[in-house]
Design a protein around this ligand. Structure first.
Ligand code: 6OG
Length: 162
């Protein structure tokens, strides 16, 4: 399983998404993040990706979800999601990502991964969750969710059976 991390800075009822300019998920809004490098845990990766992609250094953050993504053609990814409430540095645009603030109550779900509208509102309401989304083909033009499951609580290394 490929491991990744996702991070969402939060301030005054707003959430910072990035418009992904290249790579996997190009053209969609998402949290910043990416794959864990060798020897990194998810907190290390969160801090590295925050500075590489949007120029900030997370100070206060907490884990709110563990998400698994699989598909019919063998993709197998799992990662931790963090909300970040305090950071230093100022938010900048990078080659990979354009940061944009959104009101938490009006997120651009038509331009986000299909799973986000299912799990992101739950964590923004204060829930901690583990979820598994199974798609047809995550590398196609328009990946579709075939089935999914969301459970309350964060479970280490527990793959949610679909
Ligand atoms: P790089 O290839 O840029 O990492 N990612 C997803 N994020 C959401 N919200 N939903 C999905 O639904 C996703 N699939 C992948 C994980 C790609 C980044 O994209 C995230 C990584 O942070 C299927 O290194």
């Amino acid at each position: 399983m490929k491991k990744y991390v996702l991070g969402y800075p939060i301030k005054g009822g707003r959430i910072l998404l990035i418009y992904k300019k290249r790579g996997f998920g190009k053209g969609l809004y998402n949290g910043f993040g990416g794959k864990l490098e060798a020897g990194e845990n998810s907190q290390d990766a969160l801090k590295r990706e925050a500075s590489e992609e949007i120029g900030i250094y997370p100070i206060s953050f907490h884990r709110v979800a563990r998400l698994y993504f699989t598909d019919d053609v063998g993709t197998d990814m799992g990662g931790d999601v963090y909300l970040i409430t305090q950071w230093s540095g100022s938010i900048i645009e990078s080659d990979e990502a354009k940061p944009v603030w959104f009101d938490m109550k009006s997120l651009p779900f038509e331009y986000m991964w299909e799973d986000d509208k299912i799990w992101l509102p739950l964590v923004l309401k204060g829930n901690k969750i583990t979820a598994h989304f199974h798609f047809d083909d995550l590398h196609s033009d328009k990946p579709k969710i075939l089935r999914y499951k969301v459970i309350k609580g964060i479970y280490e290394e527990i793959f949610v059976n679909l």
